[in-house]
Design a binder for this molecule. Structure first.
Ligand SMILES: [Zn+2]
Ligand SMILES: [Zn+2]
Length: 74
C-alpha cells in the first residue's frame, strides 16, 4: 500500500493554503501577487496541508513533492 500513490490524482483536493506564501486562502480571496508569481515559479507549500514541499525544477517545468499528498507537476 502506497499512500503517495492513492493521494496522487484522486479526488478534488481542497486548496486551503496559498501554495506560494503559505497563508490561508479561507474566504476565497486568492493572493494576486502570489498567483502572478506562480505563473513563473513552482509552489513552495502544499495547498492542502501547508507542508513545505520538496521542489525540483525540470527542463520542462517543475515537480513539487508533499510527503503527505504526493507529487505535483507543472
Ligand atoms: Zn499567497
Ligand atoms: Zn500536502
Amino acid at each position: 500500500m502506497n499512500a503517495a500513490d492513492t493521494a496522487r490524482a484522486g479526488g478534488p483536493g481542497e486548496a486551503v493554503w496559498c501554495d506560494r506564501c503559505g497563508e490561508s486562502l479561507a474566504g476565497g480571496a486568492p493572493h494576486p501577487a502570489c498567483a502572478a508569481a506562480r505563473d513563473l515559479e513552482p509552489p513552495r507549500f502544499c495547498p492542502r496541508c501547508r507542508r513545505r514541499m520538496k521542489v525540483q525544477v525540470l527542463p520542462q517545468g517543475w515537480s513539487a513533492a508533499c510527503v503527505e499528498h504526493g507529487v505535483l507537476t507543472s
